[in-house]
Design a binder for this molecule. Structure first.
Ligand code: SAJ
Length: 406
């Protein structure tokens, strides 16, 4: 039996995938409300294909509980935030989960950490706890790091099709865990050591963050001299060895906007490019605010100041607002605008910020300028409703005349 710890964005789909491929699974989380919701037959966030997978897993017998289970395989998938000041990984949730696991784990159990951690974290914070328990009880435990790689919005597909990395101290244990993931994963699964697995995960996300920062910097350069950044990137990307990502209003989510900081925090005198790239990405919400001001000036709507932000989530078609550029922009809005910004997001049902709308028509009626912060499918379908408004399209998705860009 596999006990998956942490029923969040990664742990839940992973547990469901294992269960629907013939593995006996118990999903554990200390959040009683979350476990009650799962036990009542409902999922806890929106994700394409998740509800079908959930039903399959329930039929296959998956269980959810707040208790840690006595077994020989654990997968730990709890948050690893970063400390905003030191920029270092905060391993406290993983440490707490490991301690609870060690209270019940069988002799010889494999403890797989899926949460993203910076290189060396497992040796520094986790291994000493395992060693101490082993010396107290005489039991042996095996550490494994199998960082998740799935992208929100396409998680179910990517769980099956992405390649994976499994880092282990002992090859045989790594192979056993490879076989476990192989129950559903059709990608290649590479077995390596733990520190290499830690580093590859952080490097993958850092590569993407640096690439996006490059695109954002190009957007600023192009704005300065009135060039079309999208056309320039499109043409450059026709070169066989160029692949520039897209500029945007900022970088959010719990991965691309967080993981690269681990390298800056751990190697401050070495990770220079990464540091600058992260600062560039973090500067984008303020850049958008400046653009709003410029455009209001240009279109003479400055006196009215009825501006609305379309999108609150960190990216399109998900209901996750972690580190969202819109939230970052709202935090600094007072510095630039007299009137509070209005906000609407079709993916967010509950009220999470002031002046939030839950209906596109009333939102559009109440504003003169609309800033596309997130390119949800809805706004592409409903773009006709925006006619007559001043529009700042931060993603270059609206094929309409008179639209302003970053
Ligand atoms: N973004 C841009 N320009 C782009 C692409 C993205 O500004 O060209 C922005 C998005 O709007 C968003 C942020 O970047 O605010 C991050 O979005 P994302 O879609 O790039 O990534 P995540 O955070 O949803 O998922 C990433 C994925 N990592 C990579 O692609 C290397 C996923 O595979 C990882 O599993 C996940 O992080 C994770 O958990 O680490």
């Amino acid at each position: 039996m596999v006990n998956v710890i942490g029923m969040g964005y990664i742990g839940l789909p992973t547990a469901l995938m294992l269960a629907s491929h013939g593995i006996e699974v118990v999903g554990t989380d200390y959040n009683k409300k979350l476990i009650n919701t799962l036990n009542s037959g409902q999922t806890t966030f929106k994700e394409s294909g998740l509800d079908q997978l959930f039903r399959k897993a329930v039929e296959a017998g998956i269980k959810f509980s707040t208790n840690y289970q006595i077994t020989d395989t654990y997968i730990i998938s709890v948050p690893t935030p970063y400390d905003k000041f030191s920029k270092k990984v905060d391993a406290s949730y993983v440490v707490a989960a490991i301690k609870s696991v060690l209270d019940v784990a069988n002799q010889g159990a494999a403890i797989v950490i899926e949460s993203t951690v910076s290189p060396g974290t497992i040796d520094k914070y986790i291994r000493p706890i395992i060693n101490e328990k082993a010396s107290q009880t005489g039991n042996e435990f095996h550490l494994v790091h199998a960082p998740e790689r799935i992208i929100p919005g396409n998680m179910v597909y990517e769980l099956i099709h992405n390649n994976r990395t499994v880092g282990a101290d002992i090859k045989k244990v790594g192979e056993r865990i490879k076989e476990l993931y192989g129950s559903f994963c059709r990608g290649e699964i590479v077995v390596t050591d733990i520190k290499t697995a830690e580093m590859t995960k952080v490097v993958e996300n850092t590569f993407r963050a640096v690439n996006i920062a490059f695109a954002n910097e190009l957007a600023k350069i192009c704005r300065h001299d009135d060039m079309d950044v999208y056309e320039i990137i499109r043409i450059c990307n026709m070169h066989p060895r160029v692949n520039i990502l897209q500029p945007g209003p900022g970088v959010g989510g719990h991965c691309i906007s967080v993981d690269p900081w681990f390298l800056v925090g751990d190697y401050p005198s070495l990770a220079k490019v990464i540091d600058e790239a992260m600062k560039t990405n973090d500067s984008m919400p303020d850049f958008v605010l400046c653009r709003i001001h410029e455009i209001m000036d240009e279109t003479h709507i400055l006196d009215k100041q009825r501006v609305g932000l379309y999108g609150l989530t960190y990216k399109e078609n998900v209901d996750d607002c972690r580190e969202s550029p819109t939230l970052q922009l709202l935090e600094s809005q007072q510095r630039h605008l007299a009137e509070p910004l209005k906000v609407y997001d079709p993916m967010i049902a509950e009220d999470i910020v002031p002046n939030q709308y839950h209906d596109l028509d009333s939102f559009v009626n109440d504003v003169d300028m609309i800033v596309i912060m997130v390119r949800h499918e809805e706004i592409i379908q409903q773009r006709k409703k925006l006619e007559g408004k001043v529009i700042l399209d931060c993603h270059n998705i609206l094929d309409m005349d008179g639209v302003y860009h970053l």
